[in-house]
Design a protein around this ligand. Sequence first.
Ligand SMILES: [Zn+2]
Length: 355
Amino acid sequence: MLAARMHSYKAPLVLDDIKVPEILPDQVLVQVGGAGMCRSDVQLIDGYFAEALKINFPITPGHEIAGRVAALGDRVPATTQLAVGDQVVVAAGWGDGICRQCRVGDEQICEHGSWPGFGPPGGYAEFIPVPYRQLIRVEHKLKWEELAPLTDAGVTPYRGIKKLRAAGVLGPDRVMAVFGASGLGSYAVQYAKLLSAGATVVAFARNDEKLAIAKQRGADVTINTRGKSLADLHDELFKLTGARKLDAAIDCVGAEETIETGIGLLATSGAFVSVGLVGTRINIPLFPFTAHELTYHGSFWANYSDLEEVLALAQKGKIQHSIKRIKFEDVNENIDLLRAGEIIGRAVIVFDIPE
Ligand SMILES: [Zn+2]
């Protein structure tokens, strides 16, 4: 089979012809139908995680994975109801199953966990082994390119916005912002509408083409932040929504500048959630943060239940996708485009297998 593998940092992936992996008794062999391309794949290749992750090369990236069950290990229980040919997605946080986080279902933040594509083989390959507990069967089949991104781009902002909902800052008289209108952002505006009980949803980004998509996906208003000061943004927000400040915001970018802007626009007792990861530090003025009782949530990826909820929405046709289909052999070219921020929506490698 073919796998696009990293043999070192800061080098193009190599399309290697390797053996189809053997599965352990508690694993399922998945034939990959779709593999989403994430900005964090570019960061992985560029060495952003080199300190945090000890990697033995070569590895196969790709953590947004949908496919078909090709074979089941001997000890996969019948209660999984998995059968050869089933359409499945891979929930990406593989915890040890025994720590506090795992026990409450948050395997993606297990201290002893791993993530496919960041150590265990990922979806930039024709087949991958997956522990049976990490698969979710899709009843009403969806297209590969719509399914794969739901496992990260399509679920990470969902979890983030659930944290804002739990913080009590969403409601019909509130203003909620989404920063970033690329892969995650175009999903985030949809969840903002679905989960905010009628709040006014504002999309902020630096690219008009991406903002136009955010508008189509349900943003009530959009603001291009390029070259604007905080005062300009307060004014524009007031003109468009009648409010000068935000009650809630999700940052899907992760750049220091976006986070400073987002926190700077928050109203008293507002809440902010970070899901994007591009920069390395956060710089927030302390006095307004404390005196205005702001709340800052980190939100990492999503757990199995979050993904089940998003899949339920998708199977009911309630999620719109902005997808660029990619051929496997064009993976490196698209990594370069992703690095340059030149992909609109989500790039997904689509393999030629039936859904
Ligand atoms: Zn754990």
